[in-house]
Write a protein that binds this ligand. Structure first.
Ligand code: AMP
Length: 417
């Protein structure tokens, strides 16, 4: 049965906490953005302040074997600083028995990168490229079998399990989902997970109307399931960025060199048809800021979105499109934003995306509920200094998208089941 962090008695208990400390490091192994560490602090501090101790576990990067580059040792100092207590370190996540057993209330132990072991993801490693189907099957069965021991070992360190790693909640990995089985009556979400789940629920199930989704980014293919789920739920669907051009081409527009996916034209038409049937207002760009090559200093020109010349490429939202979108945003009570509306990495084509960040901050001030997720959209609100001027900034890219697709995330199901 699921427990709740605010009600659970941690006195004298050891909690094993899955966090997402997959932070970016520079070439000197210094943390360049510690947001993920800071966002996990309320949960860790709660356990320590309630008379418990914590065993913290995470992955870092995508090591395929033990590789010092991906050691969590690089971050133990920062974790200690944030937590306000010295954090001990276990060099091998499978050999932490003694350190875990010696933890006293108020103490913390960080385990080495879980992904040093193939068992964390449960996927075989080191298979020859020309391995036969049978060899692949046997390797998969072998790692699945040893995964049970891996998970059992992690579980043996603690009395209760907390999942606070929303960034990996869409993965059915050892530490994110399978471990919950060992804590049938002592498993719960951390505060970050609780916040993320509530934020998504505020959009998908409890939205105040009008509800608007702004979906941008590069490709329709990467967000097809998101668009299909949202079109049945929202009042307004703003489609911007690279993915917009497939919709324009689908309707007979001339899009020049702009990014598009011909094979997704039928899907785009289907989404537009569903929107019409359901009375959903789909808002595409009306004009685009185009460039002649994919670089920051290329000359810029604004074209009608249906008439982009052959040698020009749409790269940012135009003032006219942004004006339309602002009207929609400012008249909405609930807004979800995922994906940039232009080539945000190039400063000369980031204006549209930064304007959306501004609109969301203004809508929030006016009382709307606003949820922002996805790397570039989060970067845009952060760059504008608006991270605390929107209602919620999600820490999960892929996990958030899968949740918006309407999928049940394994990390969430494992706690609730
Ligand atoms: P996603 O990861 O799907 O949210 O996509 C983000 C990417 O979309 C960023 O790298 C942007 O540069 C890209 N993008 C946004 N608008 C455009 C556009 N008009 N043309 C090409 N790429 C774009």
């Amino acid at each position: 049965m699921q427990q709740f962090i605010d009600k659970y008695d941690f006195t004298g208990k050891r909690a094993i906490v899955r966090v997402d400390f997959n932070v970016p490091l520079n070439e000197n192994f210094e943390i360049t953005d510690d947001t993920r560490i800071r966002r996990a602090m309320p949960t860790l501090k709660k356990v320590l302040e309630s008379g418990g101790s914590v065993i913290i576990m995470s992955h870092l990067g995508r090591p395929k074997k033990v590789d010092p580059k991906f050691s969590l040792k690089h971050i133990v100092g920062r974790v200690s600083e944030c937590l306000g207590v010295p954090v001990q370190f276990a060099d091998d996540c499978m050999k932490a028995d003694a350190q875990a057993a010696a933890l006293k209330p108020g103490e913390a132990l960080l385990l080495e990168n879980l992904r040093y072991y193939a068992e964390e993801e449960g996927k075989p490693r080191g298979l020859a490229e020309d391995a036969s189907e049978e060899e692949k099957k046997a390797a998969k069965a072998a790692v699945k079998a040893s995964q049970k021991e891996f998970v059992k070992k992690l579980a043996s360190y603690a009395d209760c399990y907390i999942n606070d790693a929303f960034g990996t909640a869409h993965r059915a990995h050892g530490s994110t989902a399978l471990i919950a089985e060992y804590f049938p009556n002592d498993k719960m979400f951390g505060y970050l997970m609780e916040g993320e789940i509530k934020a998504i629920d505020n959009i998908l199930n409890n939205a105040q109307r009008p509800l608007t989704a702004i979906i941008g980014g590069s490709k329709v293919s990467s967000k097809l399931a998101v668009l299909k789920n949202l079109v049945g739920k929202v009042d307004n669907l703003i489609i911007g960025g690279g993915m917009g051009y497939t919709f324009i081409k689908a309707q007979g527009g001339h899009i020049g060199l702009s990014l598009h996916e011909d094979e997704l034209i039928p899907d785009a038409l289907e989404i537009l048809k569903t929107a019409k049937e359901k009375g959903v207002n789909v808002s595409l760009s009306v004009a685009t800021v185009a460039g002649q090559s994919f670089d920051n200093d290329t000359p810029q020109k604004v074209f009608d979105i249906y008439n982009i010349p052959d040698d020009w490429e749409g790269m940012d939202a135009s003032p006219a499109s942004l004006e339309n979108w602002r009207k929609i945003i400012m008249s909405s009570k609930t807004i979800l934003w995922n994906g940039p509306v232009g080539v945000f990495e190039l400063p000369n084509f980031a204006k549209g995306t930064l304007q959306i960040a501004q609109d969301l901050a203004d809508a929030t001030k006016q009382g709307a509920y606003t949820l922002v997720g996805g790397g570039d959209s989060v970067a845009a609100v952060t760059q504008m200094g608006f991270a605390d001027k929107v209602s919620y900034v999600s820490t999960g890219g892929g996990a958030m998208l899968e949740a918006i697709e309407g999928k049940v995330l394994p990390g969430i199901a494992a706690i609730r089941d």
